[in-house]
Design a protein around this ligand. Structure first.
Ligand SMILES: Nc1nc2c(c(=O)[nH]1)N[C@H]1C(S)=C(S)[C@@H](COP(=O)(O)O)O[C@H]1N2
Ligand SMILES: [Mo]
Length: 170
């Protein structure tokens, strides 16, 4: 009887330990699949063709924009610091704006929206924002700062990809 009790206790502990280990490994794997905020990976199809960090983006020409956004939480007032997405593309590779027609923007939560390259070429339309009221944008996943896309010609915020981590060109 004694032996049976010990072995069933052992069995239960072994199962608990295995479940915990599986959970931890699954979580680590899930974190690894996530791209880090504070930098943007640029892909063309499945191929990575470039990357840029927030520190590099801060050195590009900056624009300040006051904007009221009408979104799910109601109206919100902003004083954004940004750089045109066009400047970002030209910094990575000036051929980008000639070679691709469509720009898909992906957030760390896998939210995807898109703009046409023609919109990116318009003056004062598609902006990459990294500060609001002089404060860095807060990340969704960690302590680092983050970025978002804002489109001045859109009255609502649906296409404004928050927590931008990846751009895919088509
Ligand atoms: N990464 C990410 N960006 C997103 C969304 C989202 O769910 N995830 N929602 C979009 C929608 S539908 C709206 S209305 C606005 C909301 O902007 P807000 O988060 O500044 O209110 O963000 C857009 N960008
Ligand atoms: Mo929305």
């Amino acid at each position: 009887m004694q032996v049976g009790k010990i072995s069933s206790k052992f069995l239960v502990s072994a199962i608990v330990i295995l479940v915990v280990i599986t959970g931890i490994l699954g979580y680590l794997n899930y974190q690894e699949d996530k791209l880090p905020e504070g930098q943007i990976r640029v892909k063309a199809g499945n191929k990575v063709i470039g990357a840029i960090t927030l520190d590099e983006i801060k050195k590009l020409p900056a624009v300040n924009k006051k904007l009221v956004i009408d979104s799910t939480t109601g109206l919100s007032k902003h004083k954004f610091t940004c750089t045109p997405l066009l400047e970002v593309f030209n910094h990575i590779d000036p051929q980008i704006i000639k070679q691709y027609k469509r720009v898909l923007t992906r957030g760390v939560d896998n939210y995807v929206s898109g703009v046409d390259m023609a919109e990116v070429l318009e003056k004062n339309n598609v902006l990459l924002v990294y500060a609001d009221n002089g404060e860095p944008l807060k990340s969704k996943t960690g302590p680092q700062d983050t970025m978002r896309i804002v489109i001045l010609n859109d009255p609502f915020g649906q296409r404004f990809t928050n927590y931008l981590v990846e751009i895919e060109l088509e």
